[in-house]
Design a protein around this ligand. Sequence first.
Ligand code: SF4
Length: 495
Amino acid sequence: MCVSKDNEDGQDSHQQGPREACGVVAVYGVDNAALTLYNGLFALQHRGQEGAGMVVSDGKILHTCKGMGLVSEVFTGDFAEHLPGRIGIGHVRYSTTGASKTVNVQPFLAECRDGMWAIAHNGNLVNAGELRDRYQKQGAIFQTTTDSEILLHQLADPSYFGQRDRIRAALAELCGSFAFVIARPHCVYAARDPWGIRPLSLGRLGKGHVVASETCALQQIGAEYVRDVNPGELIKLDENGVKSLRFADVPVGGYGQCVFEQIYFARPNSHVFGQSVYMTRMAIGRTLAQEQPCDADVVVPIPDSGVLAALGFSHASGVPFELGFIRNHYVGRTFIMPTPQSRRSSIDLKLAVVPEAVAGRRVVVVDDSIIRGNTIQKRIEALRCAGAREVHVRIACPPTRHPCYFGIDFPEANDLVAAGRTEEQICALCGADSVGYLSLDGLKSTLTGAEHYCYGCFTGRYVCGTEHVVCKHALERSGLDQLEERHHRYGVMMQ
Ligand code: SF4
């Protein structure tokens, strides 16, 4: 999979860190669904910048608009006038399964025997390959190379039609992480996987309702937070309000909320899994300072992801906080730059050292994680070039030694710098004076309900089966590339 702050080929976009696999929003009964979805997706932009889309119901027909790029690039001009209605779903994409191309941008829309359905998905279905194979043997034709499309085929599957609730039957067959939003002409649904790996929250907006990957989207829309969608729960939003249904029991091994949402992915003004991200990151920084103290003159964050942990570290240690790196917000998306060289130099342009903050000083650099190790190496070099006397690295999570199969774009284990290495070896490789990680117990001490979290990328123990894992490009077929040619941003895509 392609990315992180440590990305060798430079496919680093706005964020620096492991990548999230999308964000979803659903609205029911709101005044202008298209504009409400736009605001919600805008707030979730950090979860995916490759593509964005929405589907809005006019009460009879589902209309869609989607394309590659940022929310503000995809939805332009009077787009909302083409999407009238009070019901809809939206999606921002970062690909973890399926290539980065227009045909894979969600929501996906289909006309089934009983009318139109649209779906949007955050997560990764580890049994997608197996299910896809089953449908292809029956003659099904897939339009995309994503794992998410499976759900549409299940919903269209005649064998489910006799069942009173075929959505629940379909969801119960899926393994892996998912936060799904589903649109029909008269209602929307939202569902969260039985392990609760990805977050999903429900809010109220006037007489209507909103569901979103993070509460920051509810805040942006002006909706009031009601509660999280529970793991294994399917909710239906229609004229009767909110109806809660279960499609799965609590898993035998318990829940597995992704701890990286707290460490890195979620926006600090969100609450995920019932906990303030801002407060969690501050607590992580304080715990890190207690566990990995350092005799230093300044604490410097790697922006933006290390800022709160560095602040917490500074508060607990008494070492002054300084902005030793300044981020350039105008570099643009490096993944669209034509050559690896131009992408690499663009990454170098993103963070500039402030010599006045670090020259002649012993510096503690705080970051959220180290993935491949080459980016932190460059940052250490830059600090030394600017005159830092010592450079100590402190990391706000345990060593990342295992891949993630649930929607976070980590490299294979061989590419993870911490895999098979001690902290001393990592320190030598990065060129730091010392490297210190937060312990797993230290991380757990900052979490409410720590037993309900997944720590798989630290421990190698995952919450659900990974035997049928699908890698990012496993579902690619060359013929599908041709489909992309037929999809134009406001031509074919506006239906
Ligand atoms: S393996 Fe790591 S990144 Fe993946 S879901 Fe678990 S905690 Fe999150």
